[in-house]
Design a protein around this ligand. Structure first.
Ligand code: GLN
Length: 565
């Protein structure tokens, strides 16, 4: 095997590359660190392309069980990505793409494809050389795509794992080629064992040593801990890791992840990074962000709280997983609550419990009900019961994807009196398939083509005037009172509203509040004689941002507040 030291291809771009790794424990906060850094550099007038690198061999997250992976976050350009991409979008208030998401599966897939196409021209294709090259190629591609001044590459997992070592190797090679253009930030966890009562830095020292053994001397260290690191800890860490003391940044627990960038900025992180790269601050605009964070605090201190039930099926694998499976839904509810200056108390309810104990017992105390997306038949009857409860008790309801399909079934069964109405996803032989598989999807499934084949990503939808939906989108400033009612939303589904039942359901009072521009596919349903009962085939949660909450969530929260003042 021979190593060639090739010049970096993206020279013209003048992009700076920041790698972020994690140490000691997983879920240490690399995603929030990366998002925060990206937002801070953006606030100084720079364009940033964050990239998440995941070590799994799945090409994308679409085929991974939700309980195992957490949420699958969908981009406009039809990628089923990691939930961190959602964090990046929320912090940057911008749309990202598949270029911001790299997995080992993607790397190996394209390397093997290139090899088969003889694109390596007879070279011996090596893991240790060609995989890092492919990583570098993708990071440069992400830079080019956004014309980015900075690429921030978040390396999934923790240092010391075999799986992500080639991402660290890509970092080493890039640094070797362009010393001044590459930086490494390590995020490490400092435990405070209750029996000792003192914050311990040894695990972080060891994870930095592992990095150094891999050829990376980190430039900054983010110390995640319950409390802010003190001077003593910083001194110890500095002389054991070679990281200047002033580059050791404290990341204590905070009331909201959206406060993290402000903490970093206060410790001079943004200035220090820009200085190290020799770049000026082009502006300094954190005004809106600061306002947001102060709203979050004041809402948190309110006495009155509104109870929201999120009813789904992926909840019973252990409480700690819950938030991750629907992280964008949770965030979207929070964004809308802050915009409405209303404190929300969210409760997860397993639809199996609704089946067991009945809707009244499980839902009585709630001011609003959300049913997020889902797949398969388990727990669906409990969700249908939930929806019936929301409809008949006039509790504000927001249905997302499966939450729209099951709301259609509930309406068909209980209002339009179409007995046994169902979706073919649950009952293939149902006599009344008010929701059925899209014809092109059926072919894909017969061929076992599961990966990235759903109806994915951004599709246009035309909204019907005079509906709750229209009002919400006008309030959210997505459309105006006159002119086009076209919006674009993100999708991930195989089944759809069956048009054969459209007339019958409309006659019974169901309002079709949005369709594809050709009118063919039902995208939003709602009820007229209900304070707020809106359900969409798409996933509005993927487009909700703290500084730009999503209209349908805003409308939902507004109804919750109005009814329960
Ligand atoms: N299982 C439904 C479908 O495939 C809904 C999908 C979802 O909620 N994301 O159409």
């Amino acid at each position: 095997m021979s190593y060639h030291v090739k010049p970096r291809k993206a020279k013209k771009l003048q992009t700076k590359f920041i790698f972020v790794s994690g140490g000691v424990i997983s879920s240490v906060g690399k995603g929030v660190t990366t998002s925060s850094l990206a937002m801070l550099l953006q606030s100084r007038g720079y364009t940033v392309a964050p990239v998440k690198c995941d070590a799994y061999l799945n090409v994308d997250a679409g085929t991974i069980r939700p309980q195992e992976h957490g949420e699958v976050f969908v981009t406009d350009d039809k990628w089923e990505t990691d939930q961190d991409i959602g964090n990046y979008e929320r912090f940057l208030n911008t749309d990202l793409s598949g270029a911001n998401y790299v997995t080992n599966g993607q790397l190996y897939q394209s390397i093997i494809q290139k090899e088969r196409n003889f694109e390596y021209g007879g070279e011996d294709v090596e893991v240790a050389l060609h995989v890092p090259e492919e990583i570098i190629h993708r990071l440069e591609n992400a830079a080019r795509k956004r014309k980015a001044d900075f690429v921030i590459c978040e390396i999934g997992g923790t240092v010391g794992e075999y799986q992500n070592i080639l991402f660290i190797e890509a970092n080493r090679i890039m640094k070797y080629r362009d010393m001044r253009d590459v930086m490494h930030i390590h995020v490490g966890y400092l435990p405070t064992p209750p029996s000792i009562g003192e914050m311990k830095s040894k695990p972080v020292q060891n994870s930095v040593k592992q990095l150094i053994a891999s050829g990376i001397q980190p430039d900054f260290l983010i110390g995640r801990a319950e409390k802010a690191l003190d001077d003593r800890r910083k001194e110890t860490l500095a002389w054991t890791t070679n990281i200047p003391k002033e580059n050791i940044i404290a990341a204590p627990n905070v009331d909201s992840i959206y406060r993290v960038p402000l903490n970093f900025d206060q410790q001079g992180l943004t200035d220090k990074i820009l200085k190290q790269f020799g770049m000026p601050s082009k502006k300094n605009d954190l005004k809106d962000w600061k306002k947001l964070v102060s709203t979050i605090s004041s809402v948190r201190n309110q006495k009155k709280e509104y109870k929201i039930a999120v009813v789904g099926k992926y909840f019973e694998t252990g409480a700690y997983q819950i938030g991750d499976v629907y992280i964008s839904v949770v965030e979207a509810i929070k964004h809308a609550s802050w915009a409405n200056k209303a404190k929300v108390n969210m409760t997860w309810i397993s639809s199996m419990d609704v089946e067991k104990f009945g809707a009244k017992k499980m839902l009585e105390e709630f001011d609003g009900i959300v049913v997020p997306g889902g797949f398969g038949s388990r727990g669906t009857e409990g969700i249908i019961e939930t929806i019936k409860y929301a409809r008949t008790h006039k509790i504000p309801y927001l249905g997302l994807c499966y939450g729209m399909q099951l709301a259609t079934i509930e309406f068909a069964r209980n209002v339009a009196k179409i007995r046994n109405a169902n979706t073919t996803e649950v009952d293939e032989k149902t006599k009344h398939a008010v929701i059925h598989i899209m014809p092109e999807q059926e072919k894909l499934l017969l061929n076992k083509e599961y990966g990235a084949t759903m109806r994915l990503g951004a599709w246009d939808c035309s909204i019907k005037r005079g509906t709750h939906t229209e009002k919400a989108y006008i309030q959210g400033k997505w459309i105006n009172k006159t002119g086009s009612t076209k919006i674009s939303e993100r999708h991930r589904h195989r089944y759809e509203f069956n048009n054969e039942y459209r007339e019958r359901l409309e006659e019974a009072g169901l309002v079709i509040a949005g369709t594809t521009p050709d009118g063919q596919l039902v995208e939003i349903i709602e009820l007229a004689d209900h304070p707020y009962f809106v359900a969409s085939q798409f996933h509005p949660e993927f487009k909700s941002r703290p500084l730009a909450p999503h209209p349908l969530f805003l409308g939902f929260m507004q109804a919750v507040v109005k009814l329960n003042k």
